[in-house]
Design a protein around this ligand. Structure first.
Ligand code: GTP
Ligand code: MG
Length: 197
């Protein structure tokens, strides 16, 4: 699969205002600053499509992008951003939870996990929530260019092992670098496969 056109459509605070769920949809989520927006820009080869930032908390809304006039990619705000007030964090969580539970055309969620870290409870807890709600997901490890391949592979297997303690099924995983365009073919191939189903 190749991306030929990528167009920003709309940003919403409320899932009910999102585009009609008439096309398959792929959402990107993970901790603040993990690299969601950068990964979307890497996949679409458009550095300006999704807004990125060195400081966490950049993406604050549900952002829809139309790809190849055929499917949607969605950039979501990150979870676990400590520098927000409790009230704001709860608002974001409510918005994201409603999106995940109510978006009927959601094919799968790419959960982004920083490849530089050992398994974090916050990420594992988020996966648990997706499991409870029956939301299909896979995992993209990010920023692999910032460490050695060996370290990235080690953190990935630690994460998978942590998952095995509570999951019978381990989903697809991707090792990525938005900086170096690593993992692009794998991820697009996967989206292509799912689009055909
Ligand atoms: P929020 O919207 O705030 O939740 O963040 P986000 O998950 O969308 O992260 P974003 O894409 O804005 O990237 C955060 C920072 O990490 C930026 O400074 C990016 O340049 C950097 N970054 C993202 N991906 C990579 C990567 O693969 N390699 C390197 N070296 N830096 C990356
Ligand atoms: Mg973002």
């Amino acid at each position: 699969m190749e991306i030929t056109t990528a167009k920003y459509l709309i940003s919403n605070i409320d899932v009910k205002a999102c585009p009609k769920p008439d096309k398959p949809e792929y959402a990107f989520i993970g901790r603040s600053n993990v690299g969601k927006s950068s990964l979307i820009n890497m996949l679409t080869r458009n550095a300006k499509l999704a807004k990125t930032s060195g400081s966490p908390g950049k993406t604050q809304l549900i952002n829809h992008f139309l790809i190849n006039n055929a499917f949607y990619i969605v950039d979501l705000p990150g979870y676990g951003f400590a520098k927000r007030s409790k009230v704001q964090r709860e608002e974001w969580e409510k918005m994201i939870d409603a999106y995940l539970k109510e978006r009927t055309n959601l094919v799968t969620v790419f959960v982004l996990v920083d490849s530089r870290h050992s398994p974090q409870n916050l990420d594992l807890a988020f996966l648990r929530k997706l499991g409870e709600w029956g939301v299909p997901f896979n995992i993209a490890f990010t920023k692999a260019d910032k460490i050695t391949q060996r370290e990235a592979a080690k953190n990935k297997s630690l994460f998978v092992n942590a998952m095995k303690k509570e999951w019978e099924y381990i989903p697809r995983t991707f090792m990525t670098s938005a900086e170096k365009f690593h993992g692009r073919n794998d991820m697009l191939g996967y989206i292509g496969e799912l689009n055909e189903e």
